[in-house]
Write a protein that binds this ligand. Structure first.
Ligand code: PAZ
Length: 362
């Protein structure tokens, strides 16, 4: 007999699903980071990025995944850093990250940026440093002395240098200023526990905190109590799994976990007709500040900001909602400028709106 699906509220979820083992350690790091940023007076943004998994077994062999490479989150994080924000980058393990995203193994393999300079003796390397020599890429017998077989240096392909230098400079600056803090999740359970705990820490910043929820989070999950301990066996033919709904965490996030924070959620649809109605419904239900709608196939060059009109009061509405919301489309022309990233414009617009939000406090 299949068990009945359970309807989880956020309270019952956190009361029954176990926290990830690294949670306390992760949150100690976040607390420290937030305290440092608070002391320096910076705004801080939490960027969530990448997809969550839903394991089907306790000893997990199979899992469901949510679509997301992490491009939106990693790219936006860089633009927030450029705008002077400190960033907590909470991302799916092994998804794209700020700066290193430019050299992703699938689109821009790092080794393609390097060349071996056969003419240059590697005089700047001391013999105690490890080196990559041209001969190590060709033929070298183990008996050959290392120093004699490492005559070359590695260089960056000239056409790639300017870009690499830009990325490297920004990366080093961020590293030196300590304005980027990174956390990872894998499962939807990791994500929910982390999101709650990080939001609660960040709420110390009140209006100076922004929450930019670009991760693709599963709407369904298998509670631990219903999971098979071992790998599901295939002997019984087809597989039937009934999943429970993940609790709608935007509600407690707005009402309980964050204090006056500026909350931006994303809505991904594949049917363009659903984008605006679903974004409005989300704002109506949860009462946060902005929903950014994006269509799966157009997301790199078109998004829509759905928000409450400035004049309208932030109350929950049941009728006539179309009068109190406004949509602002943001588009870029990739034919005109194929280096342009839409996240630059998204972040610029949000920084402007957030500044107004912070001013309301004064
Ligand atoms: O990570 P990516 O750039 O491949 O995709 C970004 C995105 C489409 C996952 C993001 O913009 C988004 O819409 N996140 C929310 C998804 C959702 O509705 O759950």
């Amino acid at each position: 007999m299949p068990s009945e699906p359970t309807s989880f509220s956020s309270e019952s979820y956190f009361a029954t699903q176990p926290p990830p083992s690294t949670l306390e350690h992760d949150i100690a790091g976040v607390r420290n980071f937030v305290a440092r940023q608070q002391a320096s007076g910076r705004n801080v943004v939490l960027v969530t990025s990448g997809g969550t998994t839903v394991p089907l077994e306790l000893n997990v062999v199979r899992f469901l995944d949510n679509f997301s490479a992490g491009t939106r989150g990693a790219t936006s994080a860089e633009y927030f850093l450029k705008s002077g924000y400190a960033v907590i980058f909470m991302h799916r393990q092994f998804s794209l990250q700020p700066f290193s995203r430019h050299y992703s193994h699938s689109t821009n393999p790092f080794l393609d940026f390097l060349e071996i300079d056969e003419d240059q003796p590697s005089s700047s390397f001391s013999s105690s440093h490890p080196q990559i020599s041209s001969s190590s890429l060709t033929s070298q017998t183990s008996s050959e002395p290392k120093a004699a077989t490492c005559p070359s240096q590695i260089g960056v392909t000239p056409s790639k240098r300017t870009h690499l230098l830009e990325v490297l400079t920004a990366y080093k600056q961020v590293h030196a200023s300590g304005t980027l803090h990174t956390l990872t999740f894998v499962t939807v359970n990791d994500y929910l526990w982390l999101l709650r705990a990080v939001s609660q820490e960040l709420s110390a910043l009140n209006r100076k905190a922004m929450y930019y929820l670009a991760a693709a989070v599963s709407d369904f999950f298998l509670p631990r109590q219903k999971m098979s301990e071992h790998k599901i066996q295939s002997g019984k033919g087809s597989l039937h799994i009934e999943m429970d709904q993940v609790p709608k965490i935007l509600k407690p996030m707005v009402d309980e976990w964050t204090r006056n924070g500026y909350i931006v959620s994303f809505k991904l649809e594949t049917d363009p007709a659903l984008l605006i109605p679903k974004a409005r419904a989300s704002l109506e239900r949860y009462g946060h500040q902005v929903v950014i709608g994006n269509d799966l196939n157009r997301r790199k060059f078109e998004v829509v900001f759905v928000s409450r009109k400035v004049s309208s009061t932030p109350v929950r509405l049941t009728t006539g909602s179309e009068d109190v919301f406004e949509e602002n489309w943001l588009r870029i022309d990739l034919n005109q400028d194929n280096d342009k990233e839409i996240e630059e414009d998204i972040v610029r617009e949000l920084v402007k709106r957030h500044e107004e939000w912070v001013r309301k406090e004064e």
